[in-house]
Design a protein around this ligand. Structure first.
Ligand code: PMP
Length: 418
């Protein structure tokens, strides 16, 4: 236990949190505490770790790269790991995505996407500025990313800084047409620059799943109105939803796509925002005012790029898709027993992501139930961080059926008095 630590932790209310375990080693799907206790990482350390912690080929690639490069300024200079990574990303994504802009977190990838969209419209002479987003969306914690996210307890103190966006209702099952009509209506009312979506599943908003056909229809409406579609695949990318990227399931090509988290297998921070040629071209001019003015010191860190290249090689050379399918099957079988269990509702799954809601009176994010559930699992050496009353599992792909079964047993053992 760390006491009197100067560290201020993210999304952590120190006044009530209690013990914060110090992790001294990671291995596969496990976190090892200083006292030797091992904790099963059922949420891939905030959704980043894909193949497993310290996945050997990625760690080796990092070690090798440190013999050649550290950080190199990326304005006016380039380096082989970034060039090669950009080429490979272009090769594995739809051919319409032609350019890769590097940054270092999901939030910055989203900021870049929004700035690209606005730059595109301004430099094309139309000056569209209005952005649309889904209710319950989460796109990160920087000001622009918060602006397009759901307003609520997460960002209430910062509302004066956030810009207005148009909100579309989440496409709940059976009410999808409301979302599509709202999108069409919003696009008719005023010029819209872009729609940003988390494809197929809203993560931090509560693991809310919607149909690929709805995403495809949203893309069609956007195209009809000339509205740019931004796919935030920060959480959904790298196999989480069963395919490499969620957009594949809807057969759509976004104008701008954001990837991070599993891009390096989750080992190092890195993000990319891919865009179609027209967006790059709108910024391409003798007029230097049309430069894309975004950078961060660590843009395209070579070691992080090397980790990402190693990750792509893992995807090419190992049966990652089979592992994902096997993991999804374990979820499907395990979830079945909860469908008739009256303690739970909305039992759902998308690829490697499983979720169910505990039936409670107060289900808000700040409801007491969240921390109580968290403690229930931690007491059983499992890292599960419910979103309010939503329990979800998003484990690394190396997780075994036995490891996952143990978590499902812990869910079944829930006896929360509420
Ligand atoms: N977009 C989505 C869909 C996310 O789930 C997240 C993080 N969970 C982000 C953006 C922000 O990513 P980061 O925390 O790396 O800034």
């Amino acid at each position: 236990m760390i006491s009197s630590s100067p560290v201020w932790h993210p999304f952590t209310q120190h006044a009530v949190h209690g013990e914060i375990p110090a992790i001294v080693r990671t291995d596969g799907a496990w976190l090892e505490v200083a006292d030797g206790r091992r904790i099963f990482d059922a949420i891939s350390s905030w959704w980043v770790i894909t193949h497993g912690h310290r996945y050997r080929p990625i760690m080796q690639a990092i070690r090798a790269e440190t013999e050649r490069l550290d950080q190199v300024i990326f304005a006016g200079f380039t380096h082989p790991p970034a060039e090669e990574l950009a080429r490979q990303l272009i090769a594995i994504t739809p051919s319409e995505l032609t350019h890769v802009f590097f940054s270092d977190s999901g939030s910055t990838a989203v900021e870049v996407a929004l700035k690209m969209a606005l730059g595109f419209w301004l430099h094309s002479g139309e000056g569209r500025r209005h952005i649309l987003a889904l209710e319950r969306a989460y796109h990160g914690d920087t000001i622009g990313a918060m602006s397009v996210g759901q307003r609520g307890v997460f960002n209430a103190p910062y509302h004066p800084l956030l810009f207005d966006v148009g909100r579309l209702p989440f496409p709940h099952q059976g009410r999808e047409q409301e979302t599509l009509d709202a999108l069409d209506q919003a696009c008719r009312e005023r010029p819209v620059a872009a729609l940003i979506v988390e494809p197929l599943i809203l993560g931090a908003g509560g693991m809310l799943i919607y149909q690929p056909t709805v995403l495809a229809e949203m893309a069609r409406i956007c195209r009809h109105h000339g509205v740019l579609l931004i796919a935030d695949e920060v959480m959904t990318g790298w196999g989480r939803t069963g395919t490499l990227f969620a957009c594949e399931q809807a057969g759509i090509v976004p104008d701008i796509a954001c990837y991070s988290k599993g891009l390096t297998g989750g080992v190092l921070p890195l993000a990319v925002t891919l865009c179609q040629r027209a967006i790059f071209d709108a910024h391409y001019a003798e007029d230097r005012r049309k430069t894309f003015f975004h950078s961060s010191s660590y843009t395209a860190n070579p070691i992080a790029c090397a980790a990402a290249l190693a990750n792509l090689k893992v995807w090419r050379s190992e049966p990652v898709r089979e592992r994902i399918a096997a993991l999804a099957e374990v979820h499907t079988k395990a979830l079945d027993r909860f469908r008739d269990d009256r303690r739970f509702e909305n039992v759902r799954q998308l690829g490697t992501i499983a979720a169910l809601d505990l039936v409670v009176n107060d289900s808000g994010y700040l409801a007491d139930i969240g921390p109580r559930l968290y403690r229930h699992f931690l007491a059983r050496d499992m890292l599960v961080r419910p979103l309010g009353n939503t329990i979800y599992l998003m484990p690394p792909y190396c997780s075994t059926a036995d490891e996952l079964s143990a978590v499902y047993e812990a869910i079944a053992a829930l006896d929360v008095d509420h």
